[in-house]
Design a protein around this ligand. Structure first.
Ligand code: BGC
Length: 269
């Protein structure tokens, strides 16, 4: 399938049309800065603009940097608080006229890594995908199955929300060297190790392009690798989730069709 994927981030909203069989972009990536303030309506207008830019009318896979359950956004750590508790899926469907599959950004990144990236060779065990950017996103997979909305970025670490201490934004704000920042990331990963005994950490997010600058300084027992899809994993994973939803819709329709036909008495003798 060829589906539009959109990744809503704290600083930019990025989109591309993706071939879901290969995970490749079939258009250039288009980026629009995230409006400030990032209120629901301002962001929704950018999503409509993005859809228009690609002249697109099918289902859209869309990520959001917060907890997302059944289309409702339930938190807003790095976006406008107006998102908390609203039916974001309905809002985005209204402005675009397209069906929207909405999910957490790190969950989307993890789904893509599992299908096409660093996770594809690890179908068993516990794998934790982390994205380091404005915040810290997390996705945990148990034998390849995602447990959504884990929000490990908000664990307490050094007396604060972990992402205030170890996100890439903390490195930038405090002008930390890569080595110093990697020490903080190590502390954070050690905490996750103690809680989950994972088999693999996959590190992605905005910082993933620079992985050679900090991954060598990370000292944990668990193998730790960079994402192979870099910062495109959110867009790709969003389209994979959308494809899954379309397939499920089709299955439901088929079951309904069979049930209706089975219960309709035949007019022929
Ligand atoms: C949010 C998560 C999100 C992460 C990365 C955190 O602040 O709570 O939902 O996945 O940032 O964007």
């Amino acid at each position: 399938m060829e589906l539009l994927g959109i990744d809503i981030g704290g600083s930019g909203i990025k989109g591309a049309i993706v071939n879901t069989e290969t995970g490749e972009f079939i258009t250039e990536r288009h980026r629009i800065p995230t409006p400030d303030p990032s209120t629901p309506y301002a962001v929704a207008e950018v999503i409509a603009e993005m859809t228009h830019y690609f002249n697109y009318s099918g289902m859209i896979g869309c990520t959001f940097p917060a907890i997302v359950k059944n289309g409702i956004t339930l938190s807003a750590a790095n976006v406008d608080k107006g998102w908390i508790g609203i039916d974001a899926k309905a809002l985005l469907e209204d402005v675009t006229g397209c069906q929207i599959c909405l999910l957490n950004d790190a969950d989307a990144a993890g789904i893509a890594e599992f299908r096409f990236g660093a996770g594809k060779s690890v179908p068993h065990g516990v794998v934790i995908v982390l994205t380091f950017g404005t915040g810290i996103g997390s996705a945990i997979f148990v034998n390849g199955t995602l447990v959504p909305n884990t929000e490990f970025g908000h664990m307490e670490l050094k007396g604060v929300d972990a992402e205030l201490y170890a996100a890439d934004s903390a490195r930038k704000a405090e002008a930390l060297s890569w080595k110093k920042w990697a020490k903080r990331v190590t502390r954070y990963l050690e905490r996750l190790e103690a809680l989950f005994s994972p088999d693999l950490f996959i590190i992605g997010g905005g910082v993933s392009k620079k992985h050679d600058k900090f991954i060598p300084f990370i000292e944990v027992k668990t193998p730790t690798v960079p994402t192979t899809l870099l910062n495109d994993s959110g867009i790709i994973g969003a389209t994979l989730a959308a494809e899954q939803e379309l397939l499920l819709d089709e299955q439901r329709r088929l079951i309904q069709f069979r049930e209706t036909n089975a219960s309709t008495p035949s007019t022929h003798q």
